[in-house]
Unconditional design. Structure first.
Length: 186
């Protein structure tokens, strides 16, 4: 016989997502290539692995989309992660204006290798932009930008199934609602 136990309440850490205006301010304080990388994160909601492994051949110029597909050196997180993420003409134009290197990657790291982080650039830009929460520099991660993207879309009335498709979540998944959507303080 299994004894009855009282469930302990779990404390949910408050997540302060950046607003669109704060992200725009951060972007203003980054070098051009890093600024475009962060802008692409914020405007697409792609996973870090998806954007860091983005190749020029993954951009569909005609349809204005980033194609997330499995290939030899990259496998999306789940079967639902294989998708097309439509982007604005402005973002497409800015991506196409990037100086191409010998690397096939859109956002290569040092020596053309795959980038693994932009945390230092992001935190430096936050300090230069003087963005603070509770008297300390704001803490923003790339995953927080993904959650911010989802929350901004939800606030604008994007239907849940469209948002799930955009994020690479299974339709009907509770993860989108329970983990990715956060109300703004505005």
């Amino acid at each position: 016989r299994v004894p009855k136990v009282e469930q302990l309440p779990s404390l949910v850490k408050r997540l302060d997502l950046p607003s669109a205006q704060e992200v725009a301010l951060i972007i203003q304080h980054l070098r051009h290539d890093a600024a475009l990388l962060i802008r692409t994160f914020a405007e697409t909601g792609l996973r870090k692995s998806e954007l860091f492994s983005l190749r020029w051949s993954d951009i569909d110029h005609e349809r204005g989309a980033i194609m997330v597909r499995a290939r030899g050196d990259f496998t999306p997180k789940t079967e639902h992660s294989q998708r097309d993420v439509f982007i604005s003409r402005s973002l497409l134009s800015d991506l196409m204006s990037l100086e191409r290197t010998s690397s096939e990657l859109v956002f290569p790291g040092k020596g053309g290798a795959q980038r693994t982080s932009v945390a230092k650039s992001l935190s430096s830009a936050i300090r230069r932009a003087s963005l603070a929460r509770d008297g300390r520099p704001m803490h923003v991660t790339l995953h927080m930008l993904r959650k911010a993207h989802a929350s901004w879309h939800a606030e604008q009335g994007t239907p849940p199934f469209v948002l799930q498709d955009r994020l690479g979540h299974a339709r009907g998944s509770r993860v989108t609602q329970q983990v990715y959507l956060h109300a703004s303080e505005a």
